[in-house]
Design a protein. Sequence first.
Length: 321
Amino acid sequence: MKPLLLHYYITNRCNAKCEFCVIWQEQPKIDADINDVAHNLRQAREAGCKFADFTGGEPLLHPQLPDFLSLAKKFGFITSVTTNCLLFKERASELKGLIDLLHFSIDADNAELHDKIRGCKSYGHVIDSIDAALANRLYPDLMFTYTEENIDALTGVWRLAREKRLMLILDPVFALLGPDKIDADVHRKAVEFSKKKGVYLNRAHLLLRDNGGNSISEPLCRAVSAVVVVTPDNCLALPCYHNRRVNIKINGNLSGVLQSNERKDAQAMEGRYPFCEGCHINCYFDPTYQYVKGRYRRESIKSKLRYAVRKYLIYRRPWLV
């Protein structure tokens, strides 16, 4: 089974303090080295990865993000970046033509609630960044991480997305350990909203939550097999970033590390660790659905097809920038 996604944490620095994230609290602060990134991108592509997601922390805090993206495009990756937009307007021109899937985090239709959730004054930066992105032929999706706190602010964000002809992605917040604690009515509201034009919600995420998340007796998770997770200090994180129990130093040999006994052991245990019970972390299950048969895969594919039709045919956005 070849991996699909390279999940590259290029920094653990962040200029926000989001309520649902702990990465901004990590110490020490580390930035990825460009020589390591170049080696890892080439070898991850050779291993089968098709998508390179540059994340953090806040990825735009890394001064060499455009260089990383250029390398990824050179190796044939589909690139993605999610940003809080605090730095995007100033750096937009550097990123032109380098990001295929750009996501702007926006969690409310007003500055007060959005800034509270994000732990910083970023709402105005998101609004300004939309026009800066469009001016540089970058077409961001608005990423709305929904919770009980902000679900009623969804309408205003959807109106903004419609005005700018952008896709709105609904991403249910996840718990780092255990099952989803969001009230079922909140998910029902999200499902109803996903029927509107220009809105994407991967229904497989909600099916997983309805079923109680991953079960260690019959594991669904393929985080080790489907995703290559590289940390800012140039380690392969196993089984995933949020619950890493093994960090293997890469030292220019990602190909060898992917064939190591440590990774094979982690593959044998994926979804079976005690902390995997009830897990539903979106960024690992999204690629997992492509590796399992049955309803999860069908729901995920249907959701992605709806997204593609709405963004690339109805809104006529270019597929690859």
